[in-house]
Design a binder for this molecule. Structure first.
Ligand SMILES: NC(=O)c1ccc[n+]([C@@H]2O[C@H](COP(=O)([O-])OP(=O)(O)OC[C@H]3O[C@@H](n4cnc5c(N)ncnc54)[C@H](OP(=O)(O)O)[C@@H]3O)[C@@H](O)[C@H]2O)c1
Length: 294
């Protein structure tokens, strides 16, 4: 288990719901009934943490979760995010908005779509908005927390410097960033989150292709024998590595396939040797922790 904000204990492998949308994360999931069945199947198989965002669909993903799972099981934690907007069918047209009125409205609308009176974990989806000072955006979330709409605050796609600014304003319970066997640009956020007692939720946690096809082949060649050793798949090895890499890790693999989901959940019992963990960690350089002693 891993605990979010000191009181929300969840299983170590969550579920990223983003894939349950239309092409390019735009629109409703084409087979809505299958999406509902998958979400229900996920919870039946022990998922207690689901990651979504208002911009997935937009809106459709939160609505699908509500239609599939409400009334929600008591132990289910749903994290959603606000502050990103999607301009069309092109994924690249995603942009960040920091206007505090917009953020307040977004949090209220997410709660309404999810059908909850408060949101367990609400992430600022990006630290890149230029239309409002970062501090003001965090202060707006702090105010929503004070008012009870948000239970815990998380930060998505922020820098280590922004993390430090935010924790001076309000308690931060979770950080989410891209991090996987192939991509480590955000690794300094892991130690920052650990030091603060926050959860670190890697997104794209099992993707090995983020650094290109050649890197993917090099990485696959290292993961395959480890997977064979444990009678496991490389996705399971990638997830087990995430869990052993940090006690704060809460990976959120996304899938539209219930067999893959079962496989991903089982990775929590896979124990890699210390040498295997080091071998995988050393595949790609990690960013130095700026606070570490030289
Ligand atoms: N904060 C952010 O800015 C941000 C950005 C991106 C994503 N996210 C979150 O992170 C979550 C995960 O990211 P993601 O879904 O893009 O990437 P991911 O979890 O790394 O990988 C998803 C892909 O892997 C496949 N897959 C899943 N389990 C598998 C298994 N056991 N064996 C083989 N293939 C498997 C899926 O296909 P199948 O459907 O066929 O299984 C899908 O194509 C998202 O759902 C979202 O909630 C957050």
């Amino acid at each position: 288990m891993v605990t979010i904000g000191g009181d929300l204990a969840v299983g170590r492998i969550g579920f990223g719901a983003m894939q349950l949308t239309g092409t390019q994360v735009w629109g409703d999931y084409p087979d809505r009934e299958a999406g509902i069945a998958l979400l229900r199947g996920a919870v039946e198989r022990g998922v207690t943490f689901i990651d979504t965002a208002d911009v997935y669909g937009p809106h459709y993903n939160e609505l699908l979760i509500r239609d599939a799972l409400r009334p929600y099981p008591r132990d289910l934690v749903i994290a959603t995010k606000g502050g990103f907007v999607r301009g069309g069918f092109d994924y690249a047209s995603l942009d960040a908005v920091g206007n505090v009125q917009y953020l307040r409205q977004s949090a209220h609308m997410s709660a309404r779509r999810l059908g909850v009176d408060h949101i367990d974990l609400y992430y600022l989806h990006s630290g890149r908005a230029k239309d409002a000072p970062f501090q003001d955006q965090i202060a707006a979330l702090a105010e929503l927390r004070q008012q009870g709409l948000i239970k815990h605050i998380g930060l998505s796609n922020i820098t280590v410097e922004q993390f430090a600014i935010a924790v001076d304003i309000v308690e931060i319970a979770a950080v989410t960033a891209v991090y996987n066997v192939a991509v480590r640009i955000e690794s300094a956020l892991i130690s920052a989150a650990e030091a603060h007692g926050a959860v670190f939720s890697p997104w794209h946690p099992i993707t090995i292709t983020d650094a290109g096809p050649e890197e993917a082949s090099r990485i696959r060649a290292v993961l395959e024998p480890i997977a064979e050793n444990h009678n496991a798949t490389i996705a399971q090895v990638a997830l087990a590595w995430q869990l052993q890499r940090s006690p704060a890790a809460l990976p959120i693999p996304g899938t539209t396939n219930i067999r893959h989901l079962e496989e991903n959940m089982k990775a929590s019992t896979l124990k890699l040797t210390a040498r295997e963990v080091t071998t995988i960690t050393n595949l790609v350089p990690e960013q130095a922790d700026p606070d570490a002693d030289a």
